[in-house]
Design a binder for this molecule. Structure first.
Ligand SMILES: Cc1ncc(COP(=O)(O)O)c(C=O)c1O
Length: 398
């Protein structure tokens, strides 16, 4: 008999994952080239060549006992120093090795941080639409996730509603920029205002509110847009980062947390996060890929590839009459569904073998998410079918 809590997890199991499985089955029946699977954020760009070179150098040149062995729960010291130095160079920060904990991707990092800070019943706020896995990351530790309703004009955080929702039980706030699923980058102005609200509320309620910034898409920004580094704006910021997207390594499970010295009780938080990494069963982040990161810290995937996909898909869909905010980062388009119940649209798309995700999976019904981390051919070949969908739903030739 499985645990009560798992029953609801299984019942509400990820729609995105289910679609990904469905895409695999459809590809077996119709041929992969006839299935347009925009469901999962699984990068279609190869990892940079530096990654392969680093793997070869490490496995042929380094002591195999060290490469594959246990190390401190926070990770190899030299790798954490390399991460800290890279951040300091790029964002004018002053992190050192102790501020960095290597993690099993962003998902591992978020679990570590919520294990570290949440007591049962503590509330965590986030902004809809949001990555649905946050619900599990918070409820794993008996926290309660509450979503601030979206401002669908800009998809910047709705700060008025946010302020109203902060109470004495609010322990943390999650922000995610560049955002999954909207592709919006939170502006500096937004972050300054958000930080002011948090500071004011901490003072008023005499509490500590941690701002957890989930940043797997930090390097994926277009049109020269700057992605502000959040620790600059608010002292109690904890950063969760991942190389899943920036180096196209999602299956390798590698990322890091930054817990700055400025964070309230930082020494305790760092010590507890190290223990959490161990007792949650991660023990440490994968050793080979930690060493790879040490060598490839400033490497990046080809962002131009995603940018071309972004422009091709966005321009095509706009031409057919769909409405959608132009994404400035990540690799998702969040498109307004032509019918109120977006699941009807999602089902209609399936008959052309197009797989897209309903916005309700991100607590924002009425929209659909299209992940454009696919080949350009997939987008080009899917566009005529999006045109047919437009004709079907808008009832006119476009
Ligand atoms: C917003 C967001 N956070 C976290 C994750 C998890 O990333 P990782 O593969 O590093 O665990 C994802 C993955 O798609 C994501 O989109």
């Amino acid at each position: 008999m499985i645990a009560e809590k798992m029953k609801s997890y299984v019942e509400n199991s990820s729609v995105i994952r289910a679609m990904f499985e469905e895409g695999g089955k459809m590809a077996a029946v119709y041929g992969a080239e006839n299935v347009y699977d925009f469901s999962l954020g699984n990068p279609n760009v190869a990892a940079p060549v530096e990654v392969r070179q680093a793997i070869e150098e490490i496995i042929t040149g380094e002591d195999p006992v060290m490469v594959h062995g246990y190390m401190s729960n926070a990770g190899f010291e030299d790798v954490r120093t390399a991460v800290a130095n890279s951040l300091n160079r790029r964002f004018d920060t002053a992190f050192h090795e102790e501020n960095i904990i290597m993690t099993v991707g962003a998902a591992g990092g978020m679990n570590v941080i919520f294990r570290t800070i949440l007591n049962p019943g503590d509330e965590v706020l986030t902004f809809a639409p949001y990555f649905g896995e946050y619900r599990a990351y918070v409820s794993n530790y008996d926290g309660i996730l509450k979503a601030v309703e979206p401002d669908t004009d800009t998809f910047q955080p709705n700060l008025e509603k946010f302020e109203e929702m902060i109470t004495g039980r609010t322990k943390a706030v999650i922000v995610n920029s560049p955002n999954n699923p909207t592709g919006v980058v939170y502006s500096e102005d937004t972050l300054i205002k958000l930080a002011d609200i948090l500071r004011r509320k901490q003072e008023e309620l005499q509490t500590v509110i941690y701002l957890v910034t989930d940043e797997p898409y930090r390097e994926l920004a277009y049109d020269g847009v700057a992605v502000p580094f959040v620790t600059k704006y608010y002292e109690n910021t904890i950063v969760g980062y991942s190389f899943s997207k920036s180096l196209s390594l999602p299956g390798e499970r590698i990322g890091y947390l930054v817990i700055p010295d400025q964070v309230s009780d930082s020494e305790q938080v760092i010590a507890a996060a190290n223990v959490a990494n161990r007792i949650l069963g991660y023990v440490n982040a994968p050793s080979l890929f930690q060493r790879v990161i040490g060598k490839c810290i400033d490497a990046k995937v080809d962002v131009q590839f995603y940018d071309k996909n972004r422009r091709t898909l966005y321009d095509g869909l706009k031409k057919f009459g769909f409405s959608c905010i132009k994404p400035e980062g990540a690799f998702y388009l969040f498109v307004k569904s032509p019918v109120e119940d977006e699941k009807v649209f999602v089902e209609a798309a399936k008959k052309y073998h197009i797989l897209i995700v309903p916005g309700s999976s991100f607590a924002c019904p009425g929209y659909v998410r299209i992940a454009y981390c696919v080949s350009l051919d997939t987008i080009v070949n899917a566009l005529p079918y999006f045109e047919k969908l437009a004709q079907e739903f808008f009832g006119r030739n476009v």
